[in-house]
Design a protein around this ligand. Structure first.
Ligand code: AHG
Ligand code: MN
Ligand code: MN
Ligand code: MN
Length: 322
């Protein structure tokens, strides 16, 4: 098993990007430790605050965000950061070559039940002609990401990352404190009999998604001619990890539950990094209108519809929208 830095050098990742990735991973090791100790150190439950998303922040959301932000801003490698838990972007070093968007803890509702959570990150090049305090730096499409990944704080702490040369799996080896590469060039099976969606929103979906899911539920006697299984971890990191491991379709479709908020997941620090990882593994990552990574963002906290995973199944779903 290969250590992280030599594995990245093999993929011709520039040295300054390797340094930034190592900084990010130092933060995730600390978060992994804090997560494992949360119950013992009074870090379960919610704060009294809401984030910019209108969600009540968990204590661990705040701790993970502060850790990630501080470590990144102190490193000197980043020009600015943006986070799910920050109102706007935060300036770093004017000479930093990169900008980082992150979801410090994904799957917050799992925190208090000791279930799967993770951290998601996305790295872009910093535009040289913009000020570190200018949030417009973040308005770059997902197809310009130079690195994306997530860390799962599960039975083992696992990193899944791409720098554009395939999607690779790493596991945190606590005996030496570093991530070791355990699988190279993961491939998402093109066909699947598994889907992930929050079924409780069914009555709020648009008609094409209602029709698609009804056909999946109809099983081997329905139009799809096969039985489908359903899974929902309520943490995108967990659901996408399952899709990367054994295939599947993951969607958080548009719904009219709250007409002002038709989408749930965030483009910059959820949809884009997961899209990069899935596409690098041979999967597809779409909205009903086109490729997620081609969206030109207008806002750091912009939300988006996602339909992603096994190629043939994503295409089967999109056919219902035509
Ligand atoms: P976060 O905890 O970072 O706010 O993200 C939660 C997201 C995503 O991880 C997950 O797929 C989805 O919300 C779960 O949604 P439901 O509450 O509808 O299950
Ligand atoms: Mn949240
Ligand atoms: Mn999230
Ligand atoms: Mn989060």
């Amino acid at each position: 098993m290969q250590r992280l830095a030599p594995a990245l050098r093999k993929d011709n990742v520039p040295l300054d990007l390797i340094s930034l990735i190592k900084t990010i991973l130092a933060a995730t090791k600390e978060i992994s430790f804090r997560v494992s100790q949360a119950h013992l150190s009074g870090l379960m439950g919610s704060t009294l605050d809401e984030n910019i998303q209108g969600e009540v922040q968990k204590k661990l959301d705040v701790v993970a965000n502060e850790l990630f932000k501080d470590i990144l801003l102190e490193s000197g490698f980043v020009k600015a950061i943006s986070s799910e838990e920050e109102d706007s972007s935060v300036a770093g070093d004017e000479n930093g070559k990169y900008i980082v968007s992150f979801d410090p803890l994904d799957g917050s509702s799992n925190i208090d039940i000791n279930s799967l959570i993770g951290t998601i990150f996305s790295i872009h090049q910093a535009p040289a002609d913009m000020d570190a305090s200018d949030p417009n730096m973040f308005k770059q499409a997902g197809n310009k990401q130079v690195c994306a990944g997530y860390v799962l704080y599960g039975p083992s702490t696992m990193l899944v990352m791409t720098t554009g040369s395939g999607t690779h799996f790493y596991v945190l080896d606590r005996t030496h404190g570093g991530y070791l590469q355990v699988e190279r060039n993961v491939q998402v099976p093109q066909d699947t009999q598994e889907f992930a969606i929050n079924m409780s929103n069914q009555r709020f979906w648009q008609q094409p998604m209602q029709n698609y899911i009804n056909d999946l539920l109809a099983g081997d006697t329905g139009p799809r001619g096969k039985n489908f299984n359903m899974r929902w971890i309520a943490a995108m990191v967990g659901d996408i990890h399952r899709v990367l491991c054994r295939g599947g379709l993951f969607t958080y479709p548009a719904d009219n539950k709250n007409p002002e908020k038709p989408y749930k997941l965030r483009l910059m620090y959820e949809a884009n990094p997961m899209s990069f990882l899935l596409e690098q593994a041979g999967g597809l990552a779409m909205t009903s209108q086109g490729r997620i990574m081609d969206i030109e963002p207008t806002d750091i906290h912009q939300r988006v519809e996602v339909i992603m995973g096994s190629k043939n199944e994503v295409q089967a779903c999109l056919a219902y929208y035509q």
